[in-house]
Write a protein that binds this ligand. Sequence first.
Ligand code: RNT
Ligand code: ZN
Length: 424
Amino acid sequence: MNNRLSEASIRSAYEAARERYAQFGVDTDKVLDRLREVSLSLHCWQGDDVSGFENPEGELGGGIAATGNYPGKARNADELRSDLDIAYRLIPGRHRLNLHAIYAETGGQRVERDALRPEHFSAWLDWAKTNGHALDFNPTCFSHEKAASGFTLSSSDEGVRRFWVNHCIACRKIGEAFGKALGSTCVTNIWIPDGYKDVPADRKTPRALLEKSLDEILAEKIDRRYNLDAVEPKLFGIGSESYVVGSHEFYLGYAVTRDILLTLDTGHFHPTESVADKISATLFFVKELLLHVSRGVRWDSDHVVILSDELQSLMQEVVRGDYLERVHIGLDYFDASINRVAAWVIGARSTQRALLMALLEPSHLLRKYEQEGDYTSRLALLEEVRALPSSAVWEYFCLVQSVPVGTAFLDDIKSYEKAVMLHR
Ligand code: RNT
Ligand code: ZN
Protein backbone atom coordinates (compact mmCIF):
# COMPACT_ATOMS: atom_id res chain seq x y z
CA MET A 1 0.00 0.00 0.00
CA ASN A 2 1.28 3.44 -0.82
CA ASN A 3 0.20 5.46 2.19
CA ARG A 4 1.92 8.70 1.20
CA LEU A 5 -0.01 11.63 -0.23
CA SER A 6 1.80 14.29 -2.18
CA GLU A 7 2.10 17.70 -0.59
CA ALA A 8 0.49 19.30 -3.63
CA SER A 9 -2.59 17.09 -3.41
CA ILE A 10 -2.94 17.73 0.33
CA ARG A 11 -2.76 21.47 -0.27
CA SER A 12 -5.23 21.50 -3.13
CA ALA A 13 -7.69 19.32 -1.21
CA TYR A 14 -7.39 21.76 1.68
CA GLU A 15 -8.10 24.74 -0.59
CA ALA A 16 -11.28 23.04 -1.81
CA ALA A 17 -12.31 22.17 1.74
CA ARG A 18 -11.65 25.72 2.90
CA GLU A 19 -14.00 27.02 0.25
CA ARG A 20 -16.63 24.45 1.11
CA TYR A 21 -16.57 25.31 4.81
CA ALA A 22 -16.55 29.03 3.99
CA GLN A 23 -19.95 28.52 2.34
CA PHE A 24 -21.20 27.67 5.81
CA GLY A 25 -19.42 30.65 7.34
CA VAL A 26 -16.62 28.57 8.87
CA ASP A 27 -13.03 29.80 8.66
CA THR A 28 -10.82 26.68 8.52
CA ASP A 29 -7.58 28.62 9.09
CA LYS A 30 -8.94 29.99 12.36
CA VAL A 31 -10.16 26.53 13.32
CA LEU A 32 -6.66 25.12 12.85
CA ASP A 33 -5.16 27.91 14.95
CA ARG A 34 -7.51 26.88 17.74
CA LEU A 35 -6.90 23.15 17.32
CA ARG A 36 -3.15 23.68 17.55
CA GLU A 37 -3.53 25.20 21.01
CA VAL A 38 -5.34 22.24 22.55
CA SER A 39 -3.07 19.91 24.50
CA LEU A 40 -4.13 16.39 25.28
CA SER A 41 -2.79 14.61 28.33
CA LEU A 42 -1.37 11.29 27.16
CA HIS A 43 -1.58 8.53 29.75
CA CYS A 44 1.82 6.98 30.43
CA TRP A 45 0.21 3.66 31.37
CA GLN A 46 -0.68 2.63 27.80
CA GLY A 47 3.04 1.97 27.23
CA ASP A 48 3.41 -0.86 29.73
CA ASP A 49 -0.11 -2.17 30.45
CA VAL A 50 -0.36 -0.21 33.73
CA SER A 51 2.56 -2.16 35.22
CA GLY A 52 4.63 0.72 36.57
CA PHE A 53 8.10 0.28 38.04
CA GLU A 54 7.32 -0.55 41.65
CA ASN A 55 6.53 -4.21 41.02
CA PRO A 56 6.31 -4.66 37.25
CA GLU A 57 5.80 -8.42 37.53
CA GLY A 58 2.93 -8.00 39.99
CA GLU A 59 -0.69 -8.40 39.05
CA LEU A 60 -2.74 -5.43 37.89
CA GLY A 61 -5.30 -4.81 40.62
CA GLY A 62 -8.30 -2.57 41.03
CA GLY A 63 -10.63 -4.43 38.71
CA ILE A 64 -9.04 -3.10 35.55
CA ALA A 65 -7.39 -5.33 32.97
CA ALA A 66 -4.98 -5.00 30.05
CA THR A 67 -5.38 -8.07 27.88
CA GLY A 68 -3.05 -9.20 25.10
CA ASN A 69 0.63 -10.03 24.80
CA TYR A 70 1.83 -7.95 21.89
CA PRO A 71 5.62 -7.79 22.04
CA GLY A 72 7.56 -4.66 22.88
CA LYS A 73 6.13 -3.50 26.19
CA ALA A 74 8.30 -0.88 27.90
CA ARG A 75 10.15 -2.42 30.86
CA ASN A 76 11.58 0.66 32.49
CA ALA A 77 11.34 4.43 32.48
CA ASP A 78 13.90 4.97 29.74
CA GLU A 79 12.08 2.62 27.41
CA LEU A 80 8.75 4.22 28.26
CA ARG A 81 10.11 7.71 27.58
CA SER A 82 11.65 6.57 24.34
CA ASP A 83 8.29 5.10 23.24
CA LEU A 84 6.52 8.27 24.26
CA ASP A 85 8.96 10.37 22.24
CA ILE A 86 7.95 8.42 19.13
CA ALA A 87 4.25 8.82 19.91
CA TYR A 88 4.49 12.58 20.47
CA ARG A 89 6.35 12.95 17.18
CA LEU A 90 3.39 11.41 15.36
CA ILE A 91 0.67 13.50 17.00
CA PRO A 92 0.26 17.08 15.76
CA GLY A 93 0.60 19.80 18.40
CA ARG A 94 2.13 19.91 21.85
CA HIS A 95 0.90 17.58 24.51
CA ARG A 96 1.05 16.76 28.19
CA LEU A 97 1.92 13.52 29.96
CA ASN A 98 -0.26 11.98 32.62
CA LEU A 99 1.80 10.01 35.16
CA HIS A 100 0.72 7.54 37.80
CA ALA A 101 2.52 7.24 41.14
CA ILE A 102 3.79 3.72 40.30
CA TYR A 103 5.97 5.28 37.62
CA ALA A 104 8.31 6.71 40.27
CA GLU A 105 12.01 6.07 39.78
CA THR A 106 13.47 5.09 43.11
CA GLY A 107 16.88 3.77 42.06
CA GLY A 108 16.09 0.19 42.90
CA GLN A 109 15.01 1.03 46.48
CA ARG A 110 11.52 0.22 47.66
CA VAL A 111 9.92 3.53 48.56
CA GLU A 112 6.46 3.13 50.03
CA ARG A 113 3.72 5.04 48.28
CA ASP A 114 3.04 7.24 51.28
CA ALA A 115 6.70 8.30 51.21
CA LEU A 116 6.88 9.30 47.54
CA ARG A 117 8.32 12.73 46.89
CA PRO A 118 8.89 14.97 43.87
CA GLU A 119 12.53 13.82 43.64
CA HIS A 120 11.34 10.34 42.72
CA PHE A 121 10.02 11.91 39.53
CA SER A 122 12.97 14.15 38.76
CA ALA A 123 13.92 12.22 35.61
CA TRP A 124 10.35 12.61 34.35
CA LEU A 125 10.50 16.30 35.16
CA ASP A 126 13.79 16.78 33.32
CA TRP A 127 12.44 14.91 30.33
CA ALA A 128 9.24 16.98 30.42
CA LYS A 129 11.22 20.22 30.53
CA THR A 130 13.51 19.22 27.70
CA ASN A 131 10.66 18.12 25.46
CA GLY A 132 8.09 20.78 26.32
CA HIS A 133 5.52 18.50 27.96
CA ALA A 134 3.54 19.61 30.98
CA LEU A 135 2.63 16.91 33.52
CA ASP A 136 -0.50 15.60 35.22
CA PHE A 137 -0.56 13.10 38.04
CA ASN A 138 -2.50 10.30 39.76
CA PRO A 139 -2.15 8.49 43.04
CA THR A 140 -2.04 4.71 42.45
CA CYS A 141 -4.58 3.16 44.83
CA PHE A 142 -4.42 -0.35 43.36
CA SER A 143 -1.87 -3.08 42.54
CA HIS A 144 -0.66 -3.13 46.15
CA GLU A 145 -1.03 -5.44 49.13
CA LYS A 146 -2.82 -2.69 51.02
CA ALA A 147 -5.45 -2.61 48.27
CA ALA A 148 -5.94 -6.37 48.22
CA SER A 149 -9.14 -6.20 50.29
CA GLY A 150 -10.72 -4.10 47.55
CA PHE A 151 -10.87 -1.05 49.82
CA THR A 152 -8.45 1.87 50.05
CA LEU A 153 -9.67 5.36 50.99
CA SER A 154 -12.94 3.88 52.22
CA SER A 155 -11.35 1.01 54.14
CA SER A 156 -12.69 0.32 57.60
CA ASP A 157 -9.16 -0.71 58.58
CA GLU A 158 -7.82 2.55 59.95
CA GLY A 159 -4.19 1.66 59.16
CA VAL A 160 -5.05 0.91 55.54
CA ARG A 161 -7.18 4.04 55.15
CA ARG A 162 -4.45 6.24 56.66
CA PHE A 163 -1.87 4.74 54.32
CA TRP A 164 -3.90 5.67 51.26
CA VAL A 165 -4.76 9.11 52.64
CA ASN A 166 -1.05 9.74 53.13
CA HIS A 167 -0.32 8.44 49.64
CA CYS A 168 -2.82 10.89 48.15
CA ILE A 169 -1.41 13.75 50.22
CA ALA A 170 2.07 12.89 48.93
CA CYS A 171 0.72 12.86 45.38
CA ARG A 172 -0.83 16.31 45.61
CA LYS A 173 2.57 17.65 46.67
CA ILE A 174 4.17 15.97 43.69
CA GLY A 175 1.52 17.54 41.47
CA GLU A 176 2.25 20.92 43.03
CA ALA A 177 5.97 20.46 42.35
CA PHE A 178 5.24 19.56 38.71
CA GLY A 179 3.04 22.61 38.28
CA LYS A 180 5.63 24.92 39.79
CA ALA A 181 8.57 23.52 37.88
CA LEU A 182 6.85 23.47 34.50
CA GLY A 183 4.77 26.63 34.79
CA SER A 184 1.62 24.70 33.88
CA THR A 185 -1.05 23.56 36.31
CA CYS A 186 -0.95 19.87 37.09
CA VAL A 187 -4.24 18.04 37.49
CA THR A 188 -3.98 15.35 40.17
CA ASN A 189 -6.80 12.88 39.74
CA ILE A 190 -7.98 10.46 42.40
CA TRP A 191 -9.51 7.21 41.29
CA ILE A 192 -10.02 4.34 43.74
CA PRO A 193 -11.34 0.86 43.00
CA ASP A 194 -13.29 0.48 46.25
CA GLY A 195 -16.48 -1.51 46.03
CA TYR A 196 -18.22 -4.85 46.44
CA LYS A 197 -18.65 -7.75 44.07
CA ASP A 198 -21.95 -8.67 45.65
CA VAL A 199 -24.91 -6.92 47.22
CA PRO A 200 -23.73 -4.83 50.15
CA ALA A 201 -25.52 -4.59 53.47
CA ASP A 202 -24.13 -1.12 54.10
CA ARG A 203 -23.63 1.35 51.30
CA LYS A 204 -23.35 4.29 53.66
CA THR A 205 -20.35 3.61 55.89
CA PRO A 206 -17.76 3.25 53.08
CA ARG A 207 -19.01 6.52 51.60
CA ALA A 208 -18.73 8.24 54.97
CA LEU A 209 -15.14 6.99 55.19
CA LEU A 210 -14.39 8.12 51.65
CA GLU A 211 -15.73 11.59 52.39
CA LYS A 212 -13.60 11.78 55.51
CA SER A 213 -10.49 10.56 53.68
CA LEU A 214 -10.94 13.05 50.85
CA ASP A 215 -11.40 15.90 53.31
CA GLU A 216 -8.18 14.87 55.04
CA ILE A 217 -6.37 14.68 51.70
CA LEU A 218 -7.58 18.13 50.63
CA ALA A 219 -7.12 19.79 54.03
CA GLU A 220 -3.94 21.53 52.95
CA LYS A 221 -4.66 24.26 50.46
CA ILE A 222 -2.45 24.18 47.40
CA ASP A 223 -2.18 27.12 45.03
CA ARG A 224 -4.53 26.43 42.12
CA ARG A 225 -1.94 27.75 39.71
CA TYR A 226 0.18 24.68 40.48
CA ASN A 227 -2.19 21.85 41.26
CA LEU A 228 -5.86 21.11 40.72
CA ASP A 229 -7.57 18.14 42.36
CA ALA A 230 -10.02 15.88 40.57
CA VAL A 231 -12.13 12.87 41.59
CA GLU A 232 -13.15 10.13 39.18
CA PRO A 233 -16.40 8.18 39.53
CA LYS A 234 -17.10 4.77 38.05
CA LEU A 235 -20.20 2.66 37.61
CA PHE A 236 -18.59 -0.73 38.23
CA GLY A 237 -15.34 -2.63 37.89
CA ILE A 238 -14.33 -6.28 37.69
CA GLY A 239 -14.97 -7.48 41.23
CA SER A 240 -17.01 -4.40 42.16
CA GLU A 241 -20.06 -5.14 40.06
CA SER A 242 -22.68 -4.52 42.75
CA TYR A 243 -21.41 -1.41 44.45
CA VAL A 244 -18.76 1.25 43.88
CA VAL A 245 -18.14 3.64 46.75
CA GLY A 246 -17.03 6.49 44.49
CA SER A 247 -20.09 6.57 42.28
CA HIS A 248 -21.06 9.40 39.96
CA GLU A 249 -23.55 11.01 42.35
CA PHE A 250 -21.12 10.75 45.26
CA TYR A 251 -18.26 12.46 43.46
CA LEU A 252 -20.44 15.00 41.70
CA GLY A 253 -21.71 16.17 45.07
CA TYR A 254 -18.23 16.03 46.52
CA ALA A 255 -16.62 18.01 43.69
CA VAL A 256 -19.33 20.67 43.78
CA THR A 257 -19.21 21.20 47.55
CA ARG A 258 -15.39 21.20 47.75
CA ASP A 259 -14.84 23.22 44.60
CA ILE A 260 -12.59 20.67 42.93
CA LEU A 261 -12.68 19.05 39.48
CA LEU A 262 -14.89 16.18 38.44
CA THR A 263 -13.43 13.59 36.10
CA LEU A 264 -15.67 12.08 33.47
CA ASP A 265 -14.26 8.84 32.11
CA THR A 266 -16.23 7.91 29.01
CA GLY A 267 -15.99 4.20 29.92
CA HIS A 268 -17.51 4.65 33.36
CA PHE A 269 -21.23 4.94 32.71
CA HIS A 270 -24.14 2.85 31.55
CA PRO A 271 -23.58 2.09 27.86
CA THR A 272 -26.59 4.07 26.68
CA GLU A 273 -25.86 7.04 28.89
CA SER A 274 -24.43 10.05 27.06
CA VAL A 275 -21.27 11.42 28.66
CA ALA A 276 -21.47 14.30 26.19
CA ASP A 277 -24.71 15.41 27.84
CA LYS A 278 -22.95 15.62 31.21
CA ILE A 279 -20.53 18.32 30.05
CA SER A 280 -22.87 21.30 30.13
CA ALA A 281 -24.91 19.81 32.99
CA THR A 282 -21.94 19.55 35.34
CA LEU A 283 -20.14 22.71 34.22
CA PHE A 284 -22.88 24.81 35.77
CA PHE A 285 -21.69 23.54 39.14
CA VAL A 286 -18.02 22.61 38.84
CA LYS A 287 -15.49 25.11 37.51
CA GLU A 288 -13.56 22.60 35.46
CA LEU A 289 -13.73 19.03 34.27
CA LEU A 290 -11.13 16.42 33.50
CA LEU A 291 -12.04 14.06 30.70
CA HIS A 292 -10.70 10.53 30.54
CA VAL A 293 -11.35 9.82 26.91
CA SER A 294 -11.73 6.08 26.65
CA ARG A 295 -14.04 3.52 25.06
CA GLY A 296 -16.20 1.05 26.88
CA VAL A 297 -16.87 -2.30 25.20
CA ARG A 298 -19.05 -4.77 27.11
CA TRP A 299 -17.42 -5.06 30.54
CA ASP A 300 -14.20 -3.30 29.62
CA SER A 301 -14.00 0.43 30.14
CA ASP A 302 -10.64 0.94 28.48
CA HIS A 303 -10.50 0.11 24.78
CA VAL A 304 -8.45 2.29 22.44
CA VAL A 305 -10.33 5.44 21.50
CA ILE A 306 -11.78 5.57 17.99
CA LEU A 307 -13.60 8.26 16.05
CA SER A 308 -17.04 7.10 17.17
CA ASP A 309 -20.30 9.01 17.31
CA GLU A 310 -19.85 9.18 21.10
CA LEU A 311 -16.45 10.78 20.77
CA GLN A 312 -17.77 13.27 18.23
CA SER A 313 -20.70 14.22 20.46
CA LEU A 314 -18.35 14.64 23.39
CA MET A 315 -16.12 17.07 21.54
CA GLN A 316 -19.13 18.85 20.05
CA GLU A 317 -20.36 19.57 23.55
CA VAL A 318 -16.96 20.85 24.66
CA VAL A 319 -16.79 23.17 21.66
CA ARG A 320 -20.44 24.23 21.49
CA GLY A 321 -20.42 25.26 25.13
CA ASP A 322 -17.18 27.17 24.60
CA TYR A 323 -15.64 25.05 27.33
CA LEU A 324 -12.16 24.39 25.95
CA GLU A 325 -10.61 26.48 28.74
CA ARG A 326 -12.52 24.59 31.41
CA VAL A 327 -12.14 21.04 30.17
CA HIS A 328 -8.84 19.18 30.52
CA ILE A 329 -8.69 16.41 27.95
CA GLY A 330 -6.85 13.29 29.03
CA LEU A 331 -6.77 9.84 27.46
CA ASP A 332 -7.29 6.66 29.45
CA TYR A 333 -7.18 3.21 27.88
CA PHE A 334 -4.81 0.29 27.71
CA ASP A 335 -4.54 -2.34 25.05
CA ALA A 336 -1.80 -4.96 25.13
CA SER A 337 -2.92 -6.66 21.92
CA ILE A 338 -1.58 -4.11 19.43
CA ASN A 339 1.57 -2.02 19.16
CA ARG A 340 1.42 0.17 22.26
CA VAL A 341 2.89 3.28 20.62
CA ALA A 342 0.33 2.97 17.84
CA ALA A 343 -2.41 2.72 20.47
CA TRP A 344 -1.40 6.11 21.86
CA VAL A 345 -1.14 7.66 18.41
CA ILE A 346 -4.43 6.27 17.08
CA GLY A 347 -6.43 7.32 20.15
CA ALA A 348 -4.84 10.76 20.36
CA ARG A 349 -5.26 11.49 16.66
CA SER A 350 -8.87 10.35 16.71
CA THR A 351 -9.54 12.60 19.68
CA GLN A 352 -8.02 15.51 17.79
CA ARG A 353 -10.04 14.68 14.70
CA ALA A 354 -13.24 14.68 16.72
CA LEU A 355 -12.25 18.02 18.15
CA LEU A 356 -11.47 19.34 14.70
CA MET A 357 -14.85 18.19 13.38
CA ALA A 358 -16.53 19.94 16.28
CA LEU A 359 -14.60 23.15 15.61
CA LEU A 360 -15.61 22.96 11.94
CA GLU A 361 -19.29 22.81 12.77
CA PRO A 362 -21.35 25.80 11.55
CA SER A 363 -22.75 26.20 15.04
CA HIS A 364 -24.19 29.69 14.42
CA LEU A 365 -26.40 28.29 11.65
CA LEU A 366 -27.48 25.25 13.65
CA ARG A 367 -28.38 27.44 16.60
CA LYS A 368 -30.27 29.85 14.41
CA TYR A 369 -32.43 27.04 13.06
CA GLU A 370 -32.97 25.74 16.55
CA GLN A 371 -34.03 29.11 17.89
CA GLU A 372 -36.41 29.57 15.00
CA GLY A 373 -37.93 26.19 15.75
CA ASP A 374 -36.85 24.95 12.34
CA TYR A 375 -35.78 21.49 13.46
CA THR A 376 -36.08 20.19 9.92
CA SER A 377 -33.25 22.42 8.73
CA ARG A 378 -31.26 21.67 11.88
CA LEU A 379 -31.39 17.94 11.16
CA ALA A 380 -30.67 18.38 7.47
CA LEU A 381 -27.63 20.55 8.17
CA LEU A 382 -26.31 18.25 10.90
CA GLU A 383 -26.43 15.37 8.44
CA GLU A 384 -24.75 17.42 5.72
CA VAL A 385 -21.96 18.53 8.02
CA ARG A 386 -21.07 14.98 9.04
CA ALA A 387 -19.67 14.25 5.61
CA LEU A 388 -18.05 17.58 4.76
CA PRO A 389 -14.34 17.18 3.95
CA SER A 390 -12.91 17.45 7.46
CA SER A 391 -10.31 14.85 6.42
CA ALA A 392 -8.77 17.29 3.98
CA VAL A 393 -8.48 19.86 6.77
CA TRP A 394 -6.98 17.26 9.12
CA GLU A 395 -4.44 16.10 6.53
CA TYR A 396 -3.38 19.67 5.87
CA PHE A 397 -3.04 20.21 9.62
CA CYS A 398 -0.77 17.18 9.89
CA LEU A 399 1.28 18.42 6.95
CA VAL A 400 1.86 21.91 8.37
CA GLN A 401 2.51 20.47 11.82
CA SER A 402 5.18 18.23 10.27
CA VAL A 403 3.66 14.93 11.34
CA PRO A 404 2.83 12.05 9.00
CA VAL A 405 -0.42 12.36 7.05
CA GLY A 406 -2.92 9.52 7.09
CA THR A 407 -1.67 6.08 8.05
CA ALA A 408 1.89 7.07 7.13
CA PHE A 409 2.53 7.33 10.87
CA LEU A 410 2.57 3.53 10.82
CA ASP A 411 5.80 3.50 8.83
CA ASP A 412 7.64 5.20 11.68
CA ILE A 413 6.07 2.89 14.24
CA LYS A 414 6.90 -0.24 12.25
CA SER A 415 10.53 0.75 11.84
CA TYR A 416 10.79 1.64 15.54
CA GLU A 417 9.15 -1.63 16.41
CA LYS A 418 11.66 -3.52 14.31
CA ALA A 419 14.70 -1.59 15.47
CA VAL A 420 13.81 -1.26 19.16
CA MET A 421 10.62 -2.78 20.52
CA LEU A 422 11.01 -6.32 19.20
CA HIS A 423 14.40 -6.63 20.91
CA ARG A 424 12.96 -6.23 24.38
C1 RNT B 1 -10.11 3.02 36.08
C2 RNT B 1 -10.00 4.49 35.87
C3 RNT B 1 -8.62 5.06 36.09
C4 RNT B 1 -7.52 4.17 35.55
C5 RNT B 1 -6.16 4.77 35.64
C6 RNT B 1 -5.08 3.77 35.38
O1 RNT B 1 -11.31 2.53 35.65
O2 RNT B 1 -10.45 4.84 34.63
O3 RNT B 1 -8.57 6.33 35.57
O4 RNT B 1 -7.76 3.80 34.23
O5 RNT B 1 -6.02 5.39 36.83
ZN1 ZN C 1 -10.17 6.84 33.95
